[in-house]
Design a protein around this ligand. Sequence first.
Ligand code: HAM
Length: 425
Amino acid sequence: MLALFTYLYYHFAMAKIITVQKGTKDILPTEMDSWHFIEDAANRVFSRAGFKEIRTPIFEATELFARGVGDTTDIVNKEMYTFEKSERSLTLRPENTAGVVRSYIENGMHRLPAPVKLWYKGPMFRYERPQAGRQRQFHQVGMEMFGIAQPTADVEAISLAVSYLNEIGLNDLDVEINSLGCPTCREEYKTKLKAILKPYLQDLCPDCQKRYEKNPLRLLDCKVEDCKAIYEKPEVKEVITSEFICPECHDHFEAVKKYLDVLGIKYSVNKLLVRGLDYYNRTVFEIKSNNLGSQNAVCGGGRYDSLVRNLGGEDTPAVGFAMGMERLISLLPAREAQKLDAYVVSTNQEEAIKLVGDMRKSGLSVDFDMTNKKFTKQLEKASKVARFAVILGEDEIQNGTVSVKNLANSEQISAKREELGSLIK
Ligand code: HAM
């Protein structure tokens, strides 16, 4: 009986705990070189354009996203990880534009000279159906720029996204742009859309029926086949693809296209590109890859001139974008894990540990065997993990030298300890 109890106790109480496998994953040390590669490139590219990094909390007041991202969006309605603490409703950030805007206002950044240029990287959380390229915890790298209403800012954002993608070796991508107009011209468009779709209302999917009332623009990117068929009907399509933007928005969009041409950035205009977040006006854009399957957007962004005011700040034009880091990594060739500069091989542990410390101080990456294995075993290990073996036998210890073996070609030379840094680097 006791044995059974003990078995059951260990089986259930000590059962191994695994990740919440739906939509989360460990990023393992073998993948880390790729992550560092794209993070370092982000730091370089954004710094070169005068951006400063910002890190905001991973959870914020739920109200921030409801008001910021919009309470008619899928993100706010279905996808937020929301929890209560001390009678406050908190939410794991599903995106970072709202958080950065909150910080911009809270920290008085509107008093800084415009433009205020901020970039970020970090985890985001959305309760979506997991599939290839779509996780529930994923990472974004992105930027937000405040204070410039001119189309040059829209183009600066798009060109920065393209520069970053090129910097990490992604060149074969499609840039799609659209203009959502301003609240005034968009209102007229929404009215026309609703009028033409009214006879089909019963045939739309439940989500579209809700969108019809609350945010008819979002009808355009519904993925349900029956809805898509309705939107393809000639009389409906004519309204959907009509040129609805007012002269000011039109001029703004034309200027964006002109500057993109000047920069030699290829793009196409996609009239159905409406984006899944409510804060946008005028220019929106996405950058897509043909090698990603159905979740093909690596980057999404646009202008959002009302968000700062809607979140309690002063009227401030703004533009930004974010990219899915997992999607970027999946498009890159696998990177070989970096080897150590050197592995110290010695059966004299006291001398080895001293030498390792000195070499690390001089900036080299170095390891050694902490269990004092046989010399040949240590050499074997060295050839797997390091570029050079630094051999410290009794002779070397006697005369204050080391033998340095290049593990790529087996060449071996004798050297003074103080020469190691320059020799190996
Ligand atoms: P978004 O289009 O929702 O925009 O996300 C930007 C990018 O994040 C997407 O293009 C995609 O690469 C990646 N992404 C989104 N959801 C997932 C997911 N579940 N799994 C993996 N990757 C995902 C925004 O988030 C806006 N805040 C962008 C922005 C910044 N607009 C202005 N400023």
